[in-house]
Design a protein around this ligand. Structure first.
Ligand SMILES: [Zn+2]
Length: 508
């Protein structure tokens, strides 16, 4: 059985009214274990030097003026966050040696658990009603879904939730199966790749494949990187918000009358399965603030999909050597360029060819069907009446990124429009906004570059959260604050789908 539900009565006996974790029902003993780990972490962490089990955060001088040597040296590493002049890279003890051998200016090195979670988690939320912590839309209000790591919904829970929503709101929601994950293509388990199409008249306005309703489209996708667990929670809450406010809030009603909203909550279900298992480990370390601090051998650090065709293990540290292809380095625009690796064990392994991975290829095919092709490159601006907007959610860093990400010196021909629409979003949500190479680091083969380049649609990547708010494994109690921060900005980008290249200047 791929999922279970518990009755509301069953929940009342549990502290905090939490749905049970799928592998470890949250008993009082389980909570005692979690609290004990929390206390130990709090006592030990401040004085502890980075040990061989620690993921290490290496701070290097970076920014857009970084030279070619630096770019090559950090190409296979992921960045926790950056401030324009310095970047915090994820690695282990061996990473530091490699960087120094390559002549990189290492500013400092700290254990991951000592870097994250300095912002206290909102304790008041612990007393909040369970319904506000685990929201579901009204018509399925009694449903409970499997969770891991204190409340994050599992892949099975997402799959069931999307089916339940489509069944309960047929006039608004259609469930679309648009492909298979890599494991499924291999007959090794895996998952369907699914998305929701949400719009008024979803049950009678024709086929989405031919856009019979003629509506502009906004596409939201999340968790292409498996360990970025916060992102699918935001996508889930967006679905709940749309359905609960339709027919009540005039702005949401008008949005679903005029626009088709596509939400894909988990782009990399195979990889997320691994992360769920690892974060349900009873020995998982927590910081004093309750954020996850997995050892570097933990599969919680899985970032890529699970295509192990070319994998050769290079380290016992899963944070440094893991199977899979980086789905956000597998798109075709400047594939193989900046911050991509040809080494299969690397965090940023790009695969053997553009769109070698079904998760990336199926998404590109779906997006091409939804938006149509309009090739822009660096010379051909999309026309003012081009319709559609796209947003991909990642963690962390508190950033909003617009194309081109492969090289900050490459301009999209619609630069002022794309840039202005980006800053309009973050007026609401407050992230640092720019091209990747201006505020984080150049990275090639990503989805937003390809979407603008080939489809002519303004596309954005948000890097939500921060090291202060728990890095990759934020305590679940932080999620409502992240949603509150991002909700209006997501709505803004959806409302711009009808005229993204002119709406920033329109009177509203
Ligand atoms: Zn990411």
């Amino acid at each position: 059985m791929s999922h279970h539900r518990t009755t509301p009565e069953g929940l009342t006996g549990l502290p905090d009214g939490r749905p049970p974790s799928r592998r470890r029902p949250l008993t009082r003993a389980g909570i005692a274990t979690a609290v004990a780990g929390l206390v130990v972490g709090g006592l030990v962490a401040p004085a502890r030097a980075a040990g061989s089990d620690d993921v290490v955060v290496v701070t290097v001088q970076a920014g857009q003026s970084g030279d070619a040597g630096l770019r090559d040296a950090i190409a296979g590493l992921d960045v926790l966050d950056a401030n324009g002049s310095q970047a915090n890279l994820l690695g282990d003890a061996a990473t530091v040696e490699d960087l120094e051998a390559a002549g990189v200016d290492v500013v400092r090195t700290r254990a991951y658990g000592d870097v994250i979670g300095s912002a206290p988690q909102p304790r008041a939320l612990r007393a909040a009603p369970a319904q506000s912590l685990y929201p579901v839309p009204e018509r399925i209000a009694g449903n409970q879904y499997e969770t891991f790591f204190g409340g994050y919904r599992t892949v099975s829970a997402h799959e069931q939730f999307l089916r339940d929503v489509a069944a309960a709101y047929p006039e608004l929601v259609e469930l679309v199966d648009y492909g298979d994950s890599w494991l499924k293509t291999q007959g090794r388990g895996g998952h369907d790749l699914v998305a929701l199409r949400i719009t008024e008249g979803a049950d009678h306005d024709g086929r989405w494949e031919t856009n019979d309703n003629g509506k502009p489209r906004f596409f939201l996708t999340a968790q292409a990187h498996a360990r970025e667990i916060l992102t699918s929670e935001i996508a889930w809450r967006y679905i709940v918000s749309l359905l609960d406010n339709y027919g009540k809030d005039p702005q949401v009603t008008q949005l679903l009358q005029s626009t088709e909203i596509w939400v894909q909550t988990q782009n990399n279900p195979d990889g997320i399965d691994l992360v769920e298992d690892a974060l349900d480990d009873p020995d998982l370390r927590l910081t004093a603030a309750g954020d996850g601090n997995p050892v570097n051998q933990s599969k919680a650090w899985q970032r890529k999909n699970l295509d192990d065709s070319d994998y050769v293990q290079t380290s016992t540290s899963w944070s440094s050597s893991q199977p899979g292809i980086d789905l956000n380095r597998n798109f075709a625009t400047d594939w193989g360029g900046a911050s991509t690796s040809a080494t299969p064990s690397s965090q940023t392994y790009r695969g053997t060819a553009p769109f070698s991975e079904p998760e990336a290829a199926a998404e590109a095919t779906l997006l091409t069907t939804l938006f149509g092709t309009y090739e822009t490159g660096t010379t051909t601006a999309a026309p003012d009446d081009r319709r559609g907007t796209f947003l991909n959610l990642h963690t962390s860093g508190g950033l909003a990124i617009y194309p081109y990400a492969y090289d900050y010196q490459a301009n999209v021909p619609n630069l002022e429009q794309v840039k202005t629409l980006g800053f309009r979003q973050t007026y609401f949500s407050g992230q640092n906004t720019g091209k990747a190479g201006e505020i984080l680091y150049n990275n090639a083969g990503n989805d937003i570059d390809w979407i603008y380049d080939q489809l002519g649609i303004p596309a954005y990547t948000w890097e939500l959260g921060s090291s202060a708010e728990g890095g990759f494994f934020s305590s679940y109690s932080r999620v409502p604050a992240f949603w509150a921060q991002t909700e209006r900005a997501i709505y803004y980008l959806a409302e711009a789908a009808g005229s993204p290249y002119t709406s920033p200047w329109a009177r509203r």
